[in-house]
Design a protein around this ligand. Structure first.
Ligand SMILES: NC(=O)c1ccc[n+]([C@@H]2O[C@H](COP(=O)([O-])OP(=O)(O)OC[C@H]3O[C@@H](n4cnc5c(N)ncnc54)[C@H](O)[C@@H]3O)[C@@H](O)[C@H]2O)c1
Length: 399
């Protein structure tokens, strides 16, 4: 990882030689006013939303079937800088138009919503081009590389009369809703905190996961962070350590590469009122949970009176195990066992339903920006050895 030296860092933020050093916050003067982030009333389209999908790689194989089956969406164009991928997917899903880059896509058949499934490093740049062309945006995570870039996208979208939202969709699961409702009902008593863990051995197909602005935080940690702040409330500060455990990798697209960004991260979040949570993520974890999460806890929140264990990964949970104390003995029972229709890949379809019918969303872009600030603050904490205060917030509880 390219850690900048402490001297260079201090000089960058302009506080060398000023004596006492206050921990910098990530967002500095890029704060987006809360009223700006409140979802404004709008007139629903009252028709199918015309969708252009950019990025036809791995995750598109999950998104496209969901979108194709969505009654509120019509996929009108596909795009990939590897155009053979766009062509192949277009033929498979009977989409009439496919393009090799965003410029020809925007100049081609008209659409309402762009669904950005490209490399993480490209999201902010492509989202900006799409907003400037008057498109609504659903972006895979992260919606931008930095909080400042994300906040600027939100402001730009408002000035253009469009909207932007981003993954992940974890707050949409019935298990998230159940946990949130239990917390809000006071069932946990005095809450102490929580723990979330998500890792595997790392993607093998695309090098961007290990290049600057990639990493295990925006690819994996983003889920647990979104869930934890969604359940326990916006965080006030981050203290963290990150590392690179595997400095080189053999990748399917580029062969031997040098890993440039954290593949191991541990962060502590201060949610206020004494509530502290811990999240770990990385690309060097042999998981006993299996791809589907099996029957094990991947995230829990606990208080004096009860503990809630999310069984399965937060992006596709199976149920919630509730433990409390009855007659001096701890008792665990399963709840929220119905997984409903929730799928982690439903983000773009959910946005199409929202735009088409006006149906209220659980997710909001302020939550996504808060998670982005936490990811940046985690890296800043590692670089500076400091606790990093956070400024962003979002409407909470979400459910
Ligand atoms: N693969 C998964 O299971 C998964 C799951 C959830 C989220 N995601 C997220 O989805 C995003 C994509 O991941 P992936 O695994 O599908 O990667 P991928 O490498 O398989 O696919 C990315 C595609 O985007 C294309 N692309 C890159 N830059 C482009 C540009 N400027 N214009 C047009 N096309 C461009 C690439 O050619 C490639 O086909 C990432 O943000 C990742 O974190 C992936």
């Amino acid at each position: 990882m390219k850690n900048i030296s402490r001297k260079n860092f201090l000089s960058t933020i302009g506080i060398v030689g000023t004596g006492a050093i206050a921990a910098p916050s990530v967002i500095a003067n890029n704060e987006v006013p809360m009223d700006f982030l409140n979802e404004k009333p709008f007139t629903p389209f009252d028709r199918k939303i015309k969708v252009g999908v950019i990025g036809c790689g791995s995750v598109a194989r999950k998104y496209l079937p969901h979108l194709a089956a969505c009654p509120y969406a019509e996929i009108v164009s596909l795009c990939d800088i590897k155009p053979e991928r766009a062509k192949e997917r277009a033929e498979h899903f009977k989409v009439q138009n496919w393009y090799p880059d965003i410029e020809t896509m925007l100049a081609g058949v008209p659409f309402d919503l762009i669904v950005n499934l490209t490399n993480m490093q490209e999201h902010g740049r492509l989202n900006k081009i799409a907003i400037n062309a008057g498109k609504h945006v659903w972006s895979e995570k992260p919606m931008a590389n930095t909080y400042a870039e994300g906040a600027a996208l939100v402001k730009l979208a408002q000035s253009k009369g469009t909207k932007i939202w981003g993954a992940p969709m974890v707050a949409n699961s019935p298990q998230f809703a159940y946990m949130s409702q239990q917390i809000q009902a006071g069932k946990l008593g005095k809450i102490a905190g929580g723990h979330g863990s998500y890792g595997h051995q790392g993607p093998s197909w695309s090098s961007f996961f290990y290049e600057k602005f990639g990493g295990s935080l925006p690819d994996l940690g983003v889920y647990n962070i979104a869930t934890m702040v969604g359940l326990l409330g916006p965080a006030k500060a981050v203290t963290a350590m990150t590392s690179i455990v595997t400095p080189t990798r053999e990748m399917e697209d580029k062969g031997h590469i040098v890993v440039d960004v954290e593949d191991n991260a541990h962060l502590l979040l201060d949610h206020g009122n004494g509530i502290i949570s811990h999240i770990q993520c990385g690309f060097n974890y042999v998981s006993p949970h299996g791809y589907e999460g099996d029957e094990l806890t991947t995230l829990f929140v606990g208080g004096h009176d009860a503990r809630l264990d999310m069984i399965g990964y937060d992006w596709a949970p199976f149920r919630v195990d509730v433990t409390d104390v009855q007659n001096g003995t701890s008792v665990t029972n399963p709840f929220a066992t119905d997984r409903g229709s929730y799928k982690w890949e439903e983000g773009a379809s959910t946005i199409c339903e929202h735009l088409s019918t006006g149906k209220e969303l659980v997710i909001n872009v302020a939550h996504v920006l808060h998670v982005l600030e936490i990811i940046e603050a985690t890296r800043l904490s590692q670089e500076t050895g400091k606790r990093i205060p956070l400024k962003s917030t979002f409407k909470w509880p979400m459910v």
